[in-house]
Ligand binder design. Structure first.
Ligand code: UVW
Length: 320
């Protein structure tokens, strides 16, 4: 097992507790183990209005910028003719160039060169282990969703939210938002954090946003708003048996990461086995939640069935 990274919870502790919970020691579901059938059934009680709200931005979200974060190519969509009146379409896209789940193959723990549950680079290359097919085959990611509306809370307190200067949303912020919303979390919940990044992107002229987006994936080249990479936040997610997290921001976590401790990605994906959603469209959901004064809902997401998949469009809907 990799050595724990300084300043973070022990990765070995995470691995041990997850392995103890899995029957064969080869767990690939990570924190989705918390999303049990009972909890999914219970989550259906969140449906009060029967109103569905799509949470995916268009697959070609970054088409106008010619590339997405990290040099990712925007979606290419071809409509093919079949005879005189028939049509088919062909899509070529990077699974992380719009609303997405990062799967457990996306990042392991850089310090130890291991992926979730101790999987090595060789195992990863030789098999489909930790691929997103595991999520599809279990019936998707379906359960109780909770919106944590940082943007509304921060603006309500008079903060001008800067989304491209590395604003870090701390656990204290998260707890204050939940209190303000009168929202409690339950085991198995999927938490959706609204930071304001996607609202900024969609309301900013192309010439002003282009340079901030078309940047390398390398540390030090970007400073996005997101969740603070801190052990308190990780411990809180773990202790509350949260099954997955997502945000409307580019990297979910605040970047650059702190000097000690490294990336939240490594700890969420590589240690906890927790799916990370990015670039989710939470705008309409936030409006409806504020109107209803209720920030919980039924959430249904069916990742694409790609054996060995690294990431996937979210294909997510909230049902109020
Ligand atoms: C980072 O790793 C920072 O982001 P992404 O998940 O989009 O690769």
């Amino acid at each position: 097992l990799p050595e724990p990274v300084q300043g973070y919870p022990s990765c070995a502790d995470y691995f041990n507790s997850l392995q103890a919970a899995s029957s064969d020691g080869k767990d690939q579901l990570g924190t989705l183990n918390h999303l049990t059938k009972d909890r999914t059934a219970e989550a259906a009680k969140e449906i009060l209005l029967g109103e569905g709200i799509a949470l995916d931005a268009p697959l070609n979200l970054f088409a106008a910028d010619s590339q997405a974060f990290g040099g990712r190519q925007p979606c290419r969509h071809q409509v093919l003719s079949v005879g005189e009146v028939g049509r088919e379409d062909a899509l070529h896209f990077n699974t992380q160039a719009s609303s997405q789940w990062d799967g457990l193959r996306h990042f392991g723990i850089r310090a130890g060169k291991r992926w979730y549950n101790g999987v090595s680079a060789e195992e990863l290359a030789a098999s489909e282990i930790l691929g997103t097919q595991v999520w599809t085959e279990r019936g998707g990611i379906v359960g109780r969703g909770v919106l944590v509306d940082f943007l509304s809370w921060a603006e309500g307190r008079g903060e001008t939210v800067e989304v491209n200067t590395g604003r870090a949303i701390t656990l204290d912020d998260v707890l204050a938002i939940l209190k303000h919303q009168k929202t409690t979390v339950k085991p198995g919940d999927v938490l959706l954090f609204r930071t304001g990044w996607l609202r900024w992107y969609r309301t900013t002229p192309q010439e002003s946003r282009h340079n901030l987006l078309c940047i390398a994936h390398d540390p030090g080249t970007h400073s996005f708003i997101g969740l603070a990479a801190h052990r308190d936040f990780l411990a809180w997610l773990w202790d509350n048996e949260i099954s997955a997290v997502a945000a409307d921001s580019v990297a979910f976590e605040s970047t650059p990461p702190p000097e000690t401790g490294g990336w939240l990605h490594d700890h969420l994906l590589g240690a906890l086995g927790m799916p990370i959603g990015e670039l989710w469209n939470l705008e309409e959901l936030a409006e409806r939640c504020k109107e209803q004064k209720r920030f919980t809902f039924f959430l249904s997401s069916t990742p694409l069935h790609v054996p060995g998949g690294v990431a996937s469009p979210a294909n997510a809907v909230a049902i109020l």
